[in-house]
Design a protein around this ligand. Structure first.
Ligand code: TRP
Length: 452
């Protein structure tokens, strides 16, 4: 099985996406997810949004608008794992485990926090005036987002590089303290796309909500047209040659045009095309490219329950990865079941445990269950619910006894049967039969009797 590169990024849900967000982040992320080697995790960072915004209406609207924008933009939810951060309870749980190892001094150095402190000091206020623990701990929550899924690459803007570095720092510390030689967490790398367009806004500065110079993306054709009519140009009259290389209108056009379209537009500007007509051309280009997506966007916004369903599926996929991993991390820090502990850990030799697969038992309500994890920590199997720990223990024993396993495939998953009873199911998310079969092989290896 080839290992794909896991790409993960979050979008803070506080605003309505504009054309700059689309060209700078959304479009490249959707394109990247189409690469066969990419295993993309994209999520709505709505817990992060709460740090910056205490308006429930706005939070809710933004979550829907951002979800609809990504889906309308062509994100294929069958290829990627698309979810809301707040649907994954394992993330805040991991945040706490990481908070307990994150150095306060590290967080003191976070740019966003420091900027707020500096501002307070400048204004003669208490240094921590108006600063919540949420803002202070922002990088720990972000570290949990990233480390939970062992992301390799994290596409972000430059302002977020420090946060990714902090995730490495915190993850490394956890590995060191609890890994016993095993690397629980993959070290993530920030991915800064140099080639991606940073669009200028109406006034030529970077397009940004804070400058109030944005071009709306999907609200309506009229809104887009109105914004385009407000693009600042020089005062050259119709018929006078325009300088494309000093026109942000041209830069905007370029970001969406083919090479041929670009060359033609350049020629026309040099020949004296009027700015009014040039704005028309830009509108035609954008409308041609985004018109259909705009329709899809409005359909999605009109049927929020469809989006809810898609996001629930995404949450399930994400939790199939997060839950068993978190169980392993809880185990590592010493939050373990009191029941049948000795039966349930394969080996108490640290070295051996570090290399071998693991079986973790846990309680869920009144019942007992267990998981089988591969040596690399990836989830393989989740048991059914058993009424008592003894029964669960007996099933584990039988599975490890070396008898031929009765494994029955079902779509891209499988079940394990014992004595005419289904006792467990696959717990990883497989995208095809080959992956599933590799999972079955890994399970056989994990349950094979230990040879000394
Ligand atoms: N902090 C990021 C931003 O504001 C959003 C975010 C939250 C994120 N969690 C993340 C980005 C994890 C990448 C990975 O842009």
């Amino acid at each position: 099985m080839t290992t794909r590169t896991r790409i993960l990024t979050g979008i803070t849900t506080t605003g309505t996406p504009h054309l700059g967000n689309y060209a700078g982040a959304i479009r490249p992320a959707i394109l990247a997810s189409e690469d066969a080697n990419a295993d993309s995790f994209y999520f709505l960072a709505d817990y992060h949004a709460l740090i910056k915004c205490d308006d429930p209406q706005r939070i809710q609207r933004s979550r829907m608008e951002i979800a609809a924008t990504w889906l309308a933009g062509g994100l294929d939810v069958n290829r990627v794992t698309f979810y809301r951060q707040s649907d994954i309870p394992e993330i805040p749980e991991l945040t706490w485990l990481l908070t307990c190892v994150a150095a306060k001094g590290l967080l003191n150095r976070a740019h966003a926090y420091k900027a707020s402190v500096d501002k307070n000091v400048e204004n003669g206020e208490d240094p921590d005036a108006g600063i919540s623990m949420g803002l202070y701990s922002y990088p720990v929550l972000m570290a949990a987002d990233i480390l939970m899924f062992n992301a390799h690459k994290v596409p972000v803007g430059r302002d977020q590089i420090q946060h990714v570095e902090m995730a490495r720092d915190i993850g490394q510390r956890f590995n060191h303290l609890f890994g016993n030689g095993k690397e629980f967490f993959t070290m993530p790398e920030a991915l800064i796309e140099e080639s991606v367009a940073t669009l200028p806004g109406l006034d030529g500065r970077k397009m940004s909500k804070s400058y109030d110079n944005t071009i709306p993306l999907f609200t309506s054709a009229k809104d887009m047209k109105d914004a385009i009519s407000r693009i600042v140009t020089d005062s050259r009259a119709p018929g006078e040659a325009k300088d494309p290389d000093n026109s942000h209108l041209f830069t905007l056009y370029q970001a969406f045009a083919t090479k041929a379209q670009e060359a033609q537009f350049r020629g026309e500007l040099l020949e004296g095309l009027s700015w009014g007509e040039a704005k028309n051309r830009l509108f035609q280009l954008l409308d041609g490219q985004l018109g259909e997506a705009r329709e899809r966007y409005h359909q999605l916004m009109a049927r929020p329950s469809d989006m809810e369903d898609l996001l629930q599926v995404g949450a399930k996929k994400a939790r199939a990865v997060a839950a068993p991993f978190l169980a392993e991390l809880r185990e590592a820090v010493g939050l373990r079941s009191f029941v049948n502990q000795d039966n349930f850990t394969i080996s108490n030799s640290k070295k051996k445990a570090a290399k071998s697969s693991r079986i973790l038992s846990f309680r869920e309500g009144d019942s007992f269950r267990f998981r089988v994890l591969a040596a690399d920590g990836s989830p393989l199997l989740l048991s059914s619910e058993f009424a008592d720990g003894k029964k669960a223990g007996a099933v584990i024993k039988q599975l490890q006894s070396g008898q031929t396993l009765d494994i029955r495939t079902e779509a891209y998953g499988f079940n394990v049967w014992l004595d005419g009873e289904c006792v467990a199911e696959s717990s990883a998310f497989y995208v095809d039969a080959a992956q599933r079969d590799a999972g079955i092989e890994a399970l056989r290896a994990a349950l094979a009797p230990i040879e000394d």
